[in-house]
Ligand binder design. Structure first.
Ligand SMILES: Cc1ncc(COP(=O)(O)O)c(C=O)c1O
Length: 313
């Protein structure tokens, strides 16, 4: 489905019309995919007026970690970037759920030089209206990808470097061509890693089990959120450990999670139905709580929410 084209984007310090969002084809971001980015959500509150950026500071921190590992330097402060995100969402007049993507890119220059100051580093941000997907409400049938998740010994899987997403795309497209919605990727040790744009959790008995951050996964903000919500609010034991492929086949329930994927139930893997083959009860509880938290209905997590319109109402 083609995305609706927003009226504005943010590029190198300014909100500009969509058609003016251009960078040179000779930039390293275009030639070699040298950029790092974030995928962030802003959720509508129940009053239909306010939008809340979910865990803005955590996304900014991870963007800086991505830039650090890739030896890039962000040209703006956190305050400037937060103001930019708000300005962009406001300019587009979004009042329903939004997904936005701040990106740090290398422009023209010799990026193979040691010193990052020798290359122009710019930033842009795209923001789209994004409603809840059918996959989130109904769940997905998944398969084990023949592509292995890129490993930290060659490229840093724990961050959002654009180059990692060739790996994601190959896995995703292959799964779709084979009639599945979303693949599960193993790492080079043959253990479960994650989806192409989401982390993975399975449920066995009353325990929620998820691969550790050393399993070549992205250090996901949603994963950590769900671990905390499960432990602190829902009373489940959460275990971070390696998972075998065949262990998923006998799991009671499983789901993908991410800023984009939210909590997407996995109905089956490689045609093995998980549990009763529908959306499981624990997955539903996790989903419901996650949506309450992101919409600002749970007071103790209001500090995770940054209002976009604020005094503008
Ligand atoms: C490869 C990959 N894994 C996991 C995730 C989930 O990360 P987060 O919860 O921080 O959005 C994402 C992004 O959504 C991703 O691109």
């Amino acid at each position: 489905m083609a995305k609706e084209t927003p009226a504005y984007l943010w590029l190198d310090g300014k909100v500009v019309a969509w058609r003016d969002g251009t960078i040179h084809v000779a930039s390293e971001a275009v030639v070699r995919g040298e950029s790092v980015f974030e995928g962030v959500r802003a959720y509508a509150g129940d009053d239909g007026k306010e939008l809340f950026i979910f865990r803005n500071q955590d996304h900014l921190d991870r963007l800086r970690q991505s830039a650090k590992i890739m030896r890039m330097t962000l040209p703006y402060s956190d305050e400037e970037l937060t103001a930019a995100f708000k300005a962009l969402i406001r300019a587009n007049g979004f009042r329903d759920n939004v997904h936005f993507r701040p990106t740090v890119y290398f422009g023209e220059g010799e990026s193979n030089q040691f010193d990052p100051s020798e290359i122009d580093t710019g930033m842009y941000c795209l923001a789209y209206r994004r409603t809840r997907s059918k996959a989130v409400t109904e769940g997905v049938k998944s398969c084990t990808s023949t592509w292995r998740r890129n490993t930290d010994v060659s490229t840093p899987s724990r961050i959002k470097a654009a180059g990692n997403y060739h790996n994601s795309r190959l896995a995703h497209v292959e799964a779709r061509m084979n009639g599945f919605s979303s693949p599960l990727m193993l790492n080079d040790r043959g253990k479960v890693s994650e989806g192409p744009a989401s982390c993975f959790m399975m449920i066995r008995g009353n325990r929620v089990i998820t691969p550790p951050v050393t399993a070549d996964i992205l250090e996901s903000i949603t994963r950590q959120t769900i671990i905390d919500l499960c432990r602190d609010d829902l009373g489940f034991e959460v275990i971070e450990r390696d998972i075998d492929r065949t262990e998923v086949y006998i799991a009671d329930e499983a789901f993908f999670c991410g800023s984009g994927a939210e909590v997407t139930p996995m109905l089956s893997l490689d045609h093995y139905p998980l549990g009763a083959g529908g959306v499981g009860p624990i997955t539903r509880r996790v989903q419901d709580h996650y949506f309450d938290v992101t919409a600002g209905r749970v007071e103790k997590y209001r500090h995770w929410l940054t209002p976009v319109y604020g005094t503008e109402g």
